[in-house]
Ligand binder design. Structure first.
Ligand code: WT7
Length: 565
């Protein structure tokens, strides 16, 4: 697939019809993501190329070629089909980042069923809400987790199969079975179900501020956007070794941890372990990772451990680093340059958008603190907060909105047409995020709609305050929220976690206040700093400002099923 030219030319010349041609698809043809990422790659003569380099908790490694990926996903497909599972049935995957997760994901798609990934650390309640809503017919899980399912299965009448994939010796109860890939007869040829570009593929639940989590339903045609953006925004090329640190329980882990890279025949490193600075640098070094896609929370934790640790590793193969999920503080971009000799390239999107919609691109000037520009084929604008007219004026903050019609856009919220419809105003899809846009089309993120602080009638985004705070040498993480104030409605309150080696003291607080005073407008200055051991975060690493806010306001916290332990 061709590379990214100049931004202006690429944006001007590109449309989604071109994307379909770039992935070799003709209108009306059969299109199946499972086939596309495996059989097709083998047909291109890359069957023996490594698709997955897997490393487990305790350092054990496994390698799989694209042909292994093809056969193992066929084997899963054939097994699920033999259970009577058919197109559009929802099949959950509930396990750690094991090779089976990846094989079964592609296998589910090959039979035309809908893959419903669930984050393995979910508790019963989180699991139950999502499976009940989706009326999932089956769940693939492991010895470590099947008991969670067992405890809720009686309340899930639609659930017919609970399949343990890593242990034959589990004492099975009703509806439970085991399927052990290595003991199964391998299926070399499988008749892939003839899905087309509008057939449903993946159902990802996303948490809102209030109400139940919403299931964003995607289609097989999402691959057009995922493939082209993996090529252009993540700069993936044939000989790359790529590491996406996200878990497939979240959309980054499927769109760019499975579909995007494998649709391009790229080798992926998958590390089934948690965060650790030393460990992560070792992974980058050992496998010669060239392209790395991670998140601001992780980057801030790495920053906490300093540049010295980075320099102790040979990371000479690394050539491109990207970030997603939260605003990327300017400090993190500068630190990237200092520690790795290159910036982090920020990318912006949502579960709902299925693929990157605003991004920095290779070769483009990175403006630290900006998310970059609209992805080719995406019309992205800033709308006035009240009138919903397009403003697009420098320094004017409004809502980020997108013109519907790109291939990876969700097609519905499962069982929730009303909320789905409420996301569209005047023909725009409203993201729920606020930003301004500069004359060159760069977006400057301000905050999520529900995180924005209203102080004395002025709207202040948490992002600039937090970015100023973490520039201070003692600050590792920061969150800013509005707390109630009789005069100004809200005033800014900051929460701060310190780097190792720093102690909370009045002097330190004063030093931080003086430091940020030079960087912030008086309106944005916190009235108060509260020090915390660490900030509350979602399991996908986002700071949960609304939880801190609810505590200040004495309000209901809302849905916390994605809160970290
Ligand atoms: C929300 C979507 C899609 C990737 C994983 C998150 C925030 C995402 C950025 C960024 C500032 C960002 C937004 C967005 N977000 N990327 N580069 N800069 N904020 O998917 O869980 O659906 O969250 O994450 O608020 O709406 P998600």
């Amino acid at each position: 697939m061709q590379g990214f030219g100049s931004y202006e030319e690429t944006y001007r010349d590109f449309d989604w019809q071109k994307a379909r041609e770039m992935v070799g698809y003709r209108e009306g043809e059969v299109l199946n993501i499972g086939w596309y990422c495996t059989d097709r790659i083998c047909e291109m003569g890359l069957g023996e190329k490594t698709a997955m380099i897997w490393e487990g908790f305790s350092g054990e490694t496994e390698k799989y070629t694209f042909n292994d990926l093809r056969i193992n996903s066929n084997t899963y497909a054939a097994y699920l089909k033999s259970l009577g599972i058919k197109e559009r049935d929802r099949v959950c995957i509930f396990m750690d980042k094991l090779p089976d997760l990846y094989f079964s994901f592609l296998g589910i798609l090959k039979i035309g069923a809908i893959a419903q990934p669930l984050f393995s650390a979910f508790g019963e309640e989180a699991l139950f809400t999502r499976m009940e809503d989706a009326e999932s017919i089956a769940i693939l899980t492991t010895k470590k987790y099947y008991r969670k399912v067992r405890r809720i299965k009686d309340q899930l009448p639609a659930l017919k199969h609970i399949i343990v994939v890593d242990d034959e010796n589990v004492k099975l109860e009703e509806r439970e079975k085991t399927f052990i890939l290595k003991n199964a007869e391998k299926v070399d040829e499988f008749d892939v179900f003839p899905t087309h570009s509008e057939s449903p593929s993946v159902l990802h639940y996303t948490s809102g501020t209030t109400g139940k989590p919403k299931g964003a339903l995607h289609v097989h045609g999402s691959i057009f956007a995922q493939s082209v953006s993996a090529r252009w925004a993540l700069d993936l090329r044939e000989d790359d070794i790529y590491w996406c640190t996200a878990d497939p329980g979240w959309v980054t882990g499927t769109s760019y941890g499975i579909i995007g890279p494998w649709s391009l025949g790229v080798t992926q490193v998958i590390y089934n372990g948690g965060f650790g600075s030393e460990k992560w640098y070792k992974i980058l070094e050992k496998y010669g990772v060239t392209v790395w896609y991670t998140a601001p929370t992780a980057i801030r934790l790495l920053m906490k451990d300093g540049t010295g640790l980075v320099k102790q590793h040979d990371l000479s193969k690394l050539r491109y680093m990207c970030s997603v999920g939260e605003p990327l503080n300017p400090e993190a971009v500068h630190w990237g340059r200092e520690a790795f000799g290159m910036p982090f390239y920020d990318t912006y999107w949502q579960t709902e958008t299925g693929a990157i919609v605003i991004s920095n691109f290779p070769g483009m000037e990175v403006k630290a603190g900006s998310m970059g520009r609209a992805f080719p084929g995406i019309e992205a604008v800033v709308l006035d907060l009240n009138s919903h007219e397009v403003i697009n004026e420098p320094n004017k903050v409004g809502l980020i909105a997108l013109k519907p019609g790109w291939p990876s856009m969700m097609r519905e919220y499962w069982n929730n047409e009303e909320v789905y419809k409420s996301k569209f105003i005047n023909g725009w899809y409203i993201t729920g995020d606020r930003s301004s846009i500069d004359p060159e089309g760069y977006f400057w993120f301000v905050g999520r709609d529900d995180d924005v602080i209203n102080t004395g009638g002025h709207l202040v985004g948490p992002f600039e305050i937090e970015s100023a705070l973490i520039e201070h040498e003692a600050v590792a993480e920061a969150a800013a929220i509005g707390k109630p104030d009789p005069v100004n409605m809200e005033v800014v309150k900051a929460f701060v976690a310190l780097k190792p080696g720093y102690e909370v003291s009045d002097d330190l607080e004063l030093s931080i206040m003086n430091f940020i005073r030079k960087r912030l407008s008086p309106l944005a200055m916190p009235q108060e700093i509260e020090f915390m051991e660490k900030l509350p975060k979602t399991r996908s690493g986002k700071i949960m400002r609304r939880l801190l806010r609810a505590q200040e306001w004495g309000e209901e916290i809302g849905d916390t099923s994605t809160l970290e332990d």
